[in-house]
Ligand binder design. Structure first.
Ligand SMILES: O=C(O)CCC(=O)C(=O)O
Ligand SMILES: [Fe+2]
Length: 488
């Protein structure tokens, strides 16, 4: 009987795309149940009324003894209790300190060698909830990261001067191919060389601090749909690195390229928000759609393993990227799908959407993320990168605007910094009073624009006889007048 899938357009063998291997327990997508005369699910009794997703959520609340017990009751529950998300949640909740990575979250939690993990045939279980993560962990990324339309391609340049950046490029994504190739960390860092020096050192990976040794074992052998991503903001001190221009910094490990050197957050000294991260992850790991914090720009330098980037400008007249949902005040971004699921469901639409930019940043290359741009990133091979956030002069006003008008969304400052906006203004006043004055002037003009727009809505345009408020109701009658004024 052919497999029927209710899941979205998975590639088939005859598309010339690698076939997805069979689920290790033989679980099939839900659609196959339509032609099946019986299913393993029939044996779960009263629990039959619950959707699979809810069963998985309930199992996520249990301890390992209960999971093993339930798994012994029938094959269907055995398959449910083998779901990796259940064991990952348990592992992370239990803050296990001393462990050996054993290829899956379940085997690692139970400290089981692979030979002790039985393969039980659950081929009469039809469940998208169980099949989807497995499928998403095995889709080929190739169709999404190749054949980038010309109009979408992120420009690639050898290098840029500070002046060229400020005059022409501060609002545009681009890739520089040359500067990182000079960095000692580009020349020397591989997962192997890092392990030999820092193998016992602990690094932050999402909600856990793991020894690099354990993380490298995880990287080399996991089948997660959304692999755990190492993202450490303290790597410079943990690794004892010297960072700075090579003519001023003996033994500099790396330095920002000339075009990214200007960074107004540096006026805050060690009171600046978090701004530099070591990023390590296996193939398929990456970052879901987001904008960088505090309206900063960023650079992202790839030392090992290429990254695919897809980016969109933002603005009041622009929708967020397809498949991304933003709350009215923009404080919450919901991108409910894993990267692989987003690629399956939304990539084609995204590629057709005006403003879309895509590119692959290869080893020894560095990519510019302008302030306010949406970006999703996926590692095409095991990857090591360094990223840094900064405020260039083109985005000083945006940063001031964010710190003063979105104070509740400001992030990354130490707890003892009570008024980041005022600190920043004070720091700028001391170091760059003229630039601060100009930026504050721009900000004031923007605020007046907002007020004028508001007044026009409420009272009508100057010279108009009647207010622009329709009788019996109130309406925001924004025409497409090219203004990007936000109503407060
Ligand atoms: O390399 C990545 O996954 C992208 C990182 C990123 O976007 C960020 O640090 O804000
Ligand atoms: Fe980012």
């Amino acid at each position: 009987m052919p497999d029927i899938t209710t899941l979205p357009s998975y590639p088939h063998e005859d598309d010339g795309v690698e076939a997805i291997p069979t689920h290790p327990l033989g679980v099939k997508p839900s659609g196959n149940a339509l032609l099946a005369s019986w299913t393993l699910r029939d044996a779960i009794g009263t629990f039959r009324v619950l959707p699979d997703e809810l069963i998985l959520s309930l199992l996520e609340e249990l301890d390992s003894a209960s999971l093993l017990c339930i798994g012994r009751t029938c094959k269907a529950f055995y398959a449910f209790t083998r779901a990796e998300e259940v064991w990952k949640a348990l592992f992370i909740r239990s803050s296990v300190e001393d462990f050996t990575w054993r290829g899956t979250w379940r085997s690692t939690y139970l400290n089981l060698p692979p030979t002790k993990v039985p393969t039980i045939d659950c081929s009469h279980l039809y469940s998208d909830a169980l099949y989807r993560p497995f499928n998403c962990a095995h889709i080929s990324l190739d169709p999404y990261v190749t054949k980038i339309p010309l109009r979408n391609q992120i420009p690639r340049l050898a290098d840029l001067s500070k002046d060229e950046f400020h005059s022409t490029w501060a609002d545009r994504p681009f890739i520089l191919t040359d500067p990182v190739k000079e960095w000692p960390v580009y020349k020397n860092w591989t997962v192997g060389t890092l392990l030999s020096r820092y193998g016992q050192g602990k690094f932050r990976a999402e909600a856990v601090d793991w020894p690099l040794r354990a993380y490298a074992d995880y990287m080399a052998d996991n089948a997660d749909e959304s692999p755990l991503y190492l993202f450490d903001r303290s790597f410079v001190s943990k690794m004892g690195l010297a960072v700075g221009q090579p003519d001023q910094t003996p033994n500099a490990a790396y330095w920002p390229p000339a075009c990214f050197v200007e960074d107004f957050f540096s006026v805050l000294g060690d009171k600046r928000p978090d701004h530099q991260w070591l990023i390590v992850g296996p193939e398929r790991s990456g970052s879901k759609f987001h904008k960088d914090p505090n309206a900063t720009s960023a650079w992202n330098a790839v030392l090992r393993g290429p990254k695919y980037w897809i980016m969109f400008p933002s603005g009041e007249k622009r929708d967020p990227p397809p498949g991304v949902f933003v709350s009215d005040d923009q404080s919450e971004v919901t991108s409910p799908l894993s990267i692989a699921e987003w690629l399956l469901n939304f990539h084609a639409e995204a590629r057709r959407t005006p403003g879309c930019m895509e590119g692959i940043c290869g080893e020894g290359e560095i990519l510019h993320v302008p302030s306010g741009w949406w970006h999703l990133v996926v590692n095409l091979e095991p990857s090591i990168a360094i990223t840094q956030n900064f405020i260039p002069r083109a985005h000083l006003t945006a940063a001031l605007d964010f710190l003063s008008n979105k104070a509740d969304q400001v992030s990354g400052f130490q707890k003892d910094v009570v008024n980041p906006y005022q600190n920043f203004v004070d720091g700028m006043q001391a170091a760059y009073p003229d630039l601060l004055e100009r930026a504050q002037h721009d900000l004031q003009k923007k605020a007046e624009g907002r007020k004028q727009k508001w007044d026009e809505i409420v009272h009508g345009k100057a010279g108009e006889a009647e207010p622009a408020v329709p009788e019996g109701g109130f309406s925001f009658g924004f025409g497409d007048d090219g203004s990007d004024v936000e109503v407060p």
